[in-house]
Ligand binder design. Sequence first.
Ligand SMILES: Nc1ncnc2c1ncn2[C@@H]1O[C@H](COP(=O)(O)OP(=O)(O)OP(=O)(O)O)[C@@H](O)[C@H]1O
Length: 274
Amino acid sequence: MSEQSIIEAIGLTRTFHLSRKASVTALDDVSCELRRGTCLAVVGESGSGKSTLARVIVGLESADSGSVRIGGTEVKPTTARSALRERAKLVQMVFQDPQGSLNRSLPVSATIDEMLRAHRPDLDRAGRRARVLELFTEVGLTERQADAKPEALSGGQKQRVAIARALAAEPQIIVLDEAVSALDVSVQAQVLDLLKRLREEHGLSYLFITHDLSVVRDIADDVVVMRQGRIIERGTVDQVLDAPQEPYTQLLIASAPRPGWKPRRGLRDALLGT
Ligand SMILES: Nc1ncnc2c1ncn2[C@@H]1O[C@H](COP(=O)(O)OP(=O)(O)OP(=O)(O)O)[C@@H](O)[C@H]1O
């Protein structure tokens, strides 16, 4: 593992057996590296294996073969509390739908407080409250919003709460799985700006799962392109988006919505097999 990589995945393979005869290989010999302090985007069509890669990397899913090293240590799926807590200090995940970590009947600050109870046993109740408010300020939310129920916040505000929750564990890496995909473009831009600022301030590294190439251009340094469980192209964002080598990547770029964009259905269907 090179000194500057914080995540190294080597030869990951994962097949799901759907029935006695049917199976799907979500990961087929996938290797990739996240350089410390950078953002690696994982792009590809729906079903190409992006989320499975993220889940295997954070240890939520097991691989059939291959290995993952985070910060130089090999990680394996576990249900042991202490190991999960250690892992959570290294790597946190933010999902597309922030609702999952919010309790409808409690103020949104409760989710952060819960995280602090797990990761900051040094803080008493008043200390946790102060830290909660600090984290809310960091993600651009107010004390009033901290004390609001989830239903009172917009999608973008809830995603900011999810980011604050991830930060509460003081991780080195955040894995973002389609974390801005459900947001309107202008809100998306604000959340991306927040993520860029937090990365600077905390020296974070991001693994950024997305199908949106404009988001890749905005936030990522490196990118891997997945198709049918394999990485078919990789490089810096400029290399891959400005001079794609693979027809599939060229097609993804040609199919990406932009002003005046018209879908090239025939070619797209032929290449993507849809
Ligand atoms: N738990 C599971 N059981 C069975 N099949 C699964 C499971 N998880 C993923 N798969 C299959 O593995 C393949 C890859 O799925 P994955 O969710 O990793 O793709 P993805 O690129 O993240 O797609 P999307 O962008 O739609 O989320 C798909 O064919 C999916 O149906």
